[in-house]
Design a protein around this ligand. Structure first.
Ligand SMILES: CC(C)(COP(=O)(O)OP(=O)(O)OC[C@H]1O[C@@H](n2cnc3c(N)ncnc32)[C@H](O)[C@@H]1OP(=O)(O)O)[C@@H](O)C(=O)NCCC(=O)NCCS
Length: 185
């Protein structure tokens, strides 16, 4: 990350994660978050190196570790309080709904090594994916187009396209229709 990207990233996390959530007045909070600052959040994310469009909605208190490793397609909703630990790439497709309170982890440790070696692998999320609340997506996982991840799931392996997967570890329990055609934002 360049110095200016690092600065933009810190500024983003300082304003949108640490400071603004403490605003007490509900109306002001709504105005600030939804009307004024979504644009600025995206601008700062872009300045910090992320690839995303202005047709993205980012809820409050999300933490992006290295925005330069993040690519988000058009028309994506990101709810509140997610951690995007983007030490490696996190690539999100179009029309994706990330409900909130989830962890996207691209880093881990080799627990079989003597030196607790760090390991990194990218996360890929296809178009029209819905990730329910409170999920953990582990390094190296690909979630195929149109898949749904049920609330509270831990995704340890790839989930094929158009599957509804739940649990820890997340396993497909049903199919989703393939002719998906909707907008999220
Ligand atoms: C994944 C989900 C969409 C499945 O909905 P559904 O197709 O209606 O599934 P059902 O309720 O018929 O459940 C089917 C089975 O999966 C189980 N199941 C459903 N969701 C589960 C979950 N998140 N974790 C573990 N098991 C789950 C049910 O217990 C049921 O098991 P059974 O057949 O042994 O009784 C839904 O359960 C879910 O998790 N939604 C996310 C909600 C959310 O995060 N909202 C955020 C705000 S928008």
């Amino acid at each position: 990350m360049s110095k200016s990207q690092k600065f933009s990233c810190r500024l983003y996390n300082f304003i949108f994660r640490d400071k603004l959530p403490s605003l007490k007045n509900k109306f002001f909070r709504f105005l600030v978050y939804h009307c004024l600052f979504n644009f600025n959040k995206i601008l700062l994310m872009k300045m910090a190196g992320a690839k995303l469009t202005f047709n993205t909605q980012i809820g409050r208190s999300n933490l992006f570790v290295a925005p330069g490793n993040i690519e988000i397609g058009d028309d994506v909703f990101i709810g509140r309080n997610n951690l995007f630990q983007s030490r490696d790439k996190i690539i999100i497709g179009k029309h994706v709904n990330i409900s909130g309170y989830s962890f996207f982890l691209t880093g881990s440790h080799d627990v079989r090594s003597s030196d607790f070696k760090s390991i990194y692998a990218p996360i890929k999320i296809g178009d029209y994916v819905w990730i329910g609340t409170n999920c953990t997506i582990l390094p190296g996982v690909t979630i195929g187009d149109g898949a749904v991840i049920g609330a509270g799931s831990v995704v340890t392996k790839d989930i094929p396209s158009y599957k509804i997967a739940v649990g820890s570890p997340a396993k497909p329990i049903a199919d989703r229709m393939k002719n998906l055609n909707y907008k999220i934002c």
